[in-house]
Design a protein around this ligand. Structure first.
Ligand SMILES: O=C(O)C(=O)C[C@]1(C(=O)O)C=C[C@@H](O)C=C1
Length: 287
């Protein structure tokens, strides 16, 4: 069995995969869509991609590619702590405050705005496909006055020095990663899960007053606890949105099917994206 992840080696996604699936061969992919395509095309059985960060919110590329391009079931979730560091080539270590460009994933740069504003106001940003792609670039250009934002694993992998530790703006920094599979199979994980979730995609009927209120009521009176509701453009016209709704429990025989039937009776289109266990990575198991 093989697991694809957003690479190259040393991303937070890589660290999350190694923490939960230490015995399975993992394969890096350059982008999130390439990772998902690899599962769809059977190159790997599973893929892990980032979905949401506690400071910066959803990874829209993951949601949009899942809904519009690559319909794969979510079979698991990994929640991992995120610590961002400023990484430089060792030859630039004493002069880190004069770096002119910062390379990283857009989510990582967004998690460190306060630090960047305070200490590196003059620097410009270069957005790349992942934090470790940024670290790799910095290691390959020692003569340039540049830095990457990424983790300890990437610093080690690409021989960079940590100029400043823990530069993320708020202490509570976690990212949710989803595990995708071609079928709704069980995950090869020996650890006990921390809980279960069910994720739905709901498209409201057009121009119906109070439709969202009615949708929420279908969950509320059944006492189904929602942990997330988020809208994304349906990409069919201005004002057309779908909702991603996370329910804090496993699919059952009565409550969730009842809520879905009620939504469909209201004229909503509903798709079950997955009903899956989630696993929390302890800080100590990440490098
Ligand atoms: O670039 C990485 O290291 C990733 O794994 C991607 C990603 C993200 O897309 O949010 C994952 C976790 C961090 O929040 C920053 C970047």
């Amino acid at each position: 069995m093989k697991i694809g992840y957003l690479g190259p080696e040393g991303t937070f996604t890589h660290a999350a995969v190694e923490a939960i699936f230490p015995h399975i061969r993992n394969v890096p992919y350059h982008t999130i869509p390439q990772c998902m395509d690899a599962v769809r095309d059977g190159e790997v059985e599973l893929a892990v991609v980032p979905l949401e960060n506690a400071l910066e919110g959803s990874v829209n590329l993951t949601i949009d590619y899942l809904i519009h391009e690559c319909n794969l079931p979510i079979v698991g979730e990994i929640i991992a702590p995120i610590e961002q560091h400023l990484l430089v080539h060792p030859s630039q270590l004493d002069d880190w405050m004069h770096v002119e460009r910062i390379y990283s994933h857009s989510h990582a740069i967004a998690q460190c705005h306060k630090f960047l504003h305070r200490h590196l106001k003059h620097a410009t940003y270069e957005y790349v496909t992942s934090t470790s792609a940024a670290a790799k670039y910095v290691s390959e250009h020692p003569e340039e006055k540049i830095a990457a934002i990424g983790n300890r694993l990437a610093a080690k992998q690409y021989g960079l020095a940590i100029a400043k530790e823990n530069i993320h703006d708020y202490d509570y920094n976690h990212t949710r990663f989803i595990v995708l599979h071609r079928e709704r199979d069980l995950l090869p994980v020996t650890d006990k899960e921390d809980g279960f979730k069910t994720t739905l995609m709901v498209m409201l009927p057009k121009d119906q007053a109070g439709a969202l209120h009615q949708v929420l009521s279908a969950f509320a009176w059944r006492k189904l606890n929602l942990t997330k509701i988020e809208s994304r453009p349906a990409k069919t016209g201005l004002g057309n949105y779908f909702f991603i709704i996370d329910i804090d429990q496993k699919m059952d025989d009565v409550l969730i099917p009842g809520a879905i039937a009620e939504l469909e009776a209201l004229g909503c289109t509903v798709q079950i994206l997955g009903s899956y266990p989630y696993y929390t990575v302890k800080k100590t198991s990440l490098v």
